[in-house]
Design a protein around this ligand. Sequence first.
Ligand code: MSP
Length: 519
Amino acid sequence: MSEPFYITTAISYPNGRPHIGHAYEAIATDAIARFQRLMGRDVFFLTGTDEHGLKMAQAARDRDLEPAALADEMSSYFREMDEKLNISFDRFIRTTEPAHHRASQAIWQAMVDKGDIYLGRYEGWYSVRDEAYYDEKELVVADSGEKLSPQGTLVEWTVEESWFFRLSAYQDRLLDHYRDHPDFIRPESRRNEVMRFVEGGLSDLSVSRTSFDWGVKVPGSDDHVMYVWVDALTNYITGVGYPDGGAAWAKYWPADLHVIGKDIIRFHTVYWPAFLMSAGIALPKQVFGHGFLLHRGEKMSKSLGNVVDPNDLIAAFGVDQLRYFLLREVTFGQDGGYSAEAIVNRVNADLSNSFGNLAQRTLSFIAKNCEGILPLGGKGDPADDALLALVGETTRVEMPAQFAALGLSQGIEAWLKAVFACNQYIDTQAPWALRKTDPERMTAVLATLCRAIRDLAIAIQPIIPASAAALLDTMGVPVDERSYADLSDEGSYGRLAGSDFRLAPPTPVFPRLELPAEG
Ligand code: MSP
């Protein structure tokens, strides 16, 4: 039985259409999920939308809609985006689902039973944009005199009767957990930031609201709805069967990895583990806080008018081109920038000119000059062994090690180095010249290249799944022989070359991109 791997994205607020930051998180999480599947793990990948709370209620009011209608419409755009981007989620959860209301009430009740929920009165600063409470000492004063949260969003003074969660009681247990599980919060810089925050002392958390009703009802306290983050975080357990248990729950919880943005690290590494400890539920193994995507170096915001619709980027550049660019260019965990020029340059250099060209030159040569028969045998040379050793080390050892450690861009860099080595090999060996002078040697060179291209295509599938699959289809590689365990499999390539498979003249997998005209 293969080992389970449960991975999640944050669930997005569907108060507007998805933007490129949401696409980035889905793509990065998908690459990790696909990698783990190719490593033979039994993966469950959860994503979805976070539909309650004041922010949703206000967005709906601004458009003269019921919150449920806004959520229905906008959530469908998130799902469509995921489908377009080839995100291999197993479940798309919506927090308005009845099953999720039930799960949220169950975890709430478990916290009540533990004695961690009490009724009080909340007086303090709340940011609707962040759906977060802040201490006075965390606020900054804008030039205009307005008070802003550390994220730069407006806060308002809020006074309400509220249920509280006894977060203060969990300070030591949280610090112990961070110390005992050094990989719980990653990357390291975020771990340090969270530890400093918790060491500074924790106040109890207001976990219900009475000023609006768009949320999950507090059990036995009908005029209160849960603070949206209580129900939002609970999605991770609803998604695998809480509170009923069952096969998925037994297999997948605790989650292996929550992938989230750096702005919501506190919710995932302070509040969430405290709720789970209180409810007597095991803690997720790891939370990874990725960086933010900046548009030409600036934060995206509606007021700056630079919010980019992922659909436009997909239409202009292609899905795998966008996936490749974001994962290659942005070091996972750090902020990164993007622009049309950067996408075009990167994709043309790496995918069209390097990998695409390598495959195109080799496969079209075979289609044209060898009747499409995949070459085998021939007159070997140490250069062949050296190239295959390098490709083998890269695809079987280096890339899996990087991807497993979430070094996505580093894994891609290693891949690209092996692609460069192949291009250098093809230039030096010049099979087109050998055709006349030494056909036996030509056969060995082409066979070496086919093996290398096959392995490079298999290993890069998590990043550019559709293009890698198209190339493997062209090469006749059976669908069930495309996992990391099939890399450098002499038998698999030998069987294929010995079969009656014939290579059709290939079409380039990565046509060169042009910079779109300014619209
Ligand atoms: N609904 C909450 C998350 C609840 S998880 C239990 C939320 N939603 S969000 O729509 O604002 O953000 C969803 C995810 O997108 C978050 O992980 C957030 O960090 C990420 N990003 C939002 N803008 C981003 C960029 N500009 N760049 C990269 N990721 C960004 O927070």
